[in-house]
Design a protein around this ligand. Structure first.
Ligand SMILES: Cc1cc2nc3c(=O)[nH]c(=O)nc-3n(C[C@H](O)[C@H](O)[C@H](O)COP(=O)(O)O)c2cc1C
Length: 360
């Protein structure tokens, strides 16, 4: 029982989106105080620190996309114990998202349903605001990009390219979100032909930016849905190989509603505890299909160290969480990272990389 568990019932009296806005406003205020003054030291440990894609991750517990959609608190996340943070989803065009209400707490299921619909200030505005006073963060920052709602699926490649051009220089890695259930048609981009075309175009742009600006190529990862069929996963892994992506993020929210205690007929994506097993199964399948050389970020239903460890043993090199933090509080990432050290010790492992894929 933490202090947060005492406060949560009061917070849960608030409308979920209002509570989120309040939290983000507080975090943005801390960001403003911090950003130009000092960089918080990240939580790290010799057993947890690892290098992937040439980037040093102080610990493997990251913030999942969707919490900090407008990149307002990049320097605050390490204060909460996160070893990296994924900001966004950001789209090329600014957009308001779906009409409210669009965020629903399913308390008895420790779950959330959301149909936010990529509400964000748009790549240009975010790059301008953030780029001017972007200090390097003390943790790796990923930027997650998605398709603008107004852009037809046939023009999706150009839309992603616009965002990539604006934002790649600010990110340590870039995630292509083709799996939100809340932008009509978006998940069709998971089909092999679309995915290879998208990844090839982004890869070429990545090379051009690297040549033109002397930047290192940004690792590009693909974030996939938990609702893909078993037959679709080998196709995704093959497309990721052909398109030259550097990794996978598994998984986004699910459109499934099986086994919920809270009656919920709201449309949108379900996250949290009911997603955990399915997301872990997808990580395991991807690891078996892709082998040890393609890093996977495992996400879905992490509420404590054991849940994170399960994802890592299934094949994830890094993990992320969102819904767990709503129910367990802002110190969850720190608790998970510290708990991972204990679990590795328990199993006689000296480094997290030794656990990756052990149960695949
Ligand atoms: C309110 C909300 C908004 C989200 N927005 C995004 C988003 O913009 N982009 C994205 O890739 N994932 C988004 N997600 C999905 C999360 O990043 C994550 O993949 C999913 O929630 C499963 O993790 P969890 O069970 O720890 O929440 C969102 C999730 C929630 C709950």
């Amino acid at each position: 029982m933490t202090l947060y568990h005492g406060v949560a019932p009061l917070l849960f009296q608030l409308d979920p989106e209002h509570a989120h806005d309040l939290a983000m406003r507080g975090l943005a205020a801390v960001e403003w105080l911090l950003a130009s003054r000092f960089l918080p030291r990240p939580l790290t440990h010799p057993a947890l620190s690892q290098e992937l894609w040439g980037i040093r991750f102080p610990n493997p517990v990251g913030l999942a996309a969707g919490f900090d959609k407008d990149a307002r608190a990049a320097h605050v996340w390490p204060l909460l114990g996160f070893g990296f943070a994924e900001l966004g989803t950001i789209t090329a065009a600014a957009q308001p998202g779906n009409p409210k209400p669009r965020l629903f707490r399913l308390a008895r299921d420790r779950a959330i349903v959301n149909r936010m619909g990529f509400n964000n200030a748009g790549a240009t505005a975010i790059a301008q605001r953030w780029g001017t006073h972007r200090q390097p963060s003390s943790i790796p920052i990923g930027i997650n990009i998605g398709k603008s709602r107004a852009t037809p699926i046939g023009d999706a490649v150009a839309d992603y390219l616009r965002s990539f051009r604006q934002l790649a220089a600010l990110a340590d890695y870039v995630v292509i979100n083709v799996s939100s259930p809340n932008t009509p048609g978006l998940r069709d981009l998971q089909t092999p032909a679309h995915l290879v075309a998208l990844l090839s175009a982004l890869g070429a742009e990545n090379d051009a930016l690297a040549r033109g600006h002397g930047l290192a190529r940004r690792p590009i990862l693909v974030k996939i849905a938990p609702d893909l069929s078993e037959e679709a996963l080998p196709e995704i892994v093959a497309a990721v190989g052909r398109g030259g992506a550097s990794g996978l993020v598994a998984t986004n929210t699910t459109t499934q509603r099986a086994g919920l205690r809270t009656p919920c007929d709201e449309n949108g994506g379900l996250s949290g505890a009911p997603l955990r097993e399915r997301a872990t199964a997808v990580v395991r399948t991807l690891r078996r299909l892709a082998g040890p050389d393609l890093p996977i970020i495992g996400v879905g239903g992490i509420f404590g160290p054991l849940d994170a460890y399960e994802k890592i043993r299934a094949g994830a090199s890094l993990v992320q969480l969102y819904t767990g933090m709503i129910f367990e509080g802002p110190r969850l990432a720190a608790r998970v990272a510290r708990g991972l050290v204990e679990l590795l010790q328990r199993d006689g492992l000296s480094h997290v990389r030794e656990a990756v894929g052990k149960d695949a």
